[in-house]
Design a binder for this molecule. Structure first.
Ligand SMILES: [Fe+2]
Length: 346
């Protein structure tokens, strides 16, 4: 990462480190790419570091538009209301309010996807209700983040976010007793459920603004690169990049949510699971990009530990077990102290 020397005294929250800060013992204190917070800057000053390497241009970047969980939550709730209405229109009137959804994707969802710390915010604003609506918004946001990580921008990125928002609209045509069944689906019910991909595709076919890439994202988001997915069992390069990104976002959000049939897991457990179990199913290049970036993403996040202490993530050598610093300045490597775990975000 290109960087310039910045006196530690001039370091400001929001600046990004262009080089890792490493102790003489070889221990990484803050990794390259970490976005500085007030706490990090305080720690750097305590270390008597004269300079830090700051990534070019980040110091002048616009401040995060949704700077607190409260403002984020307000925009998220408004978005949820609109999506709730859109899904009701689709279920009961068989009409797709595409322009309304497009506007939402281009404005509030784009804004949320661009918010520093959005993945932590999503953990905080999660509730058990309205799963389908929340999941659609979350997949749109997470797809936008992953899309940026793989180098997408402009109209392509906007289309990807829109496809993420639309990916499960076929579920509005699935009977509610199957969609909300609080138990494992029978093989027959599963067949009906899996049909949401084709139903969603057909709902969008011929609609103005539903480009081919958006249609592919909706139709193929359950395909697997080894050909074991549905609806067609296509593989590898036959699957559109939009569908591959939505698949990663879909799995990440589903695993970190409270569902009728499983209890949510922390992003750290999910990241490890994606790493271990879904290689071979998900696109490897997208998976590697996702895992590499998410490693830095939660640096500085405030978390609640299983022993009731509040802490901040300061280093992640292992995805599932980061090192944290408690409020009273105690460093805990969760990989070594396996009896303590992260139970939530604060
Ligand atoms: Fe789906």
């Amino acid at each position: 990462m290109n960087g310039k020397k910045c006196p530690t005294a001039d370091a400001r929250p929001g600046m990004k480190l262009a080089a890792s800060i490493i102790k003489e013992s070889g221990q990484v204190i803050l990794a390259e790419g970490t976005v500085l917070t007030d706490t990090f800057i305080e720690k750097l000053k305590l270390l008597n570091l004269e300079f830090v390497e700051i990534a070019e241009n980040t110091a002048e970047e616009a401040p995060t538009p949704l700077a607190s969980v409260e403002t984020f939550d307000a925009v998220y709730d408004d978005t949820l209301q609109v999506i709730d209405n859109c899904f009701s229109t689709m279920r009961y009137f068989k009409e797709v309010p595409l322009m309304q959804m497009k506007e939402l994707a281009d404005t509030s969802i784009d804004l949320m996807a661009d918010t520093t710390g959005v993945l932590s915010y999503l953990q905080i604003v999660r509730k058990q209700d309205d799963y389908t609506f929340r999941h659609s918004i979350n997949v749109a946001i997470i797809s936008g983040i992953v899309g940026k990580w793989v180098g997408m921008s402009g109209e392509e990125l906007k289309d990807l976010i829109f496809a993420g928002l639309l990916h499960d609209i076929g579920k509005t045509q699935i009977p509610l007793e199957i969609l909300n069944k609080p138990a494992k689906l029978t093989p027959e019910e599963m067949k009906i459920m899996k049909n949401h991909t084709i139903k969603g595709y057909k709902m969008l076919l011929g609609e103005l603004g539903a480009h081919e890439s958006i249609l592919c994202g909706v139709l193929q988001h359950h395909e697997k690169i080894d050909g074991t997915g549905y609806p067609f069992g296509i593989s590898g390069e036959q699957i559109h990049p939009f569908a591959k990104i939505i698949a990663v976002a879909d799995i990440y959000d589903a695993m970190t949510s409270d569902r009728v049939y499983h209890i949510k897991r922390t992003p750290f457990e999910v990241i490890e699971e994606i790493k271990q179990e879904t290689f071979g199913k998900l696109d490897p290049a997208i998976c590697i990009t996702f895992l590499r970036n998410i490693l830095n993403y939660f640096m500085g996040a405030k978390v609640l530990l299983s022993d009731g202490e509040e802490a901040e993530i300061i280093y992640q050598r292992n995805h599932a077990y980061p090192t944290v610093c408690t409020r009273d300045g105690k460093f805990i490597d969760l990989e070594i102290n396996r009896d303590i775990s992260i139970v939530g975000f604060i």
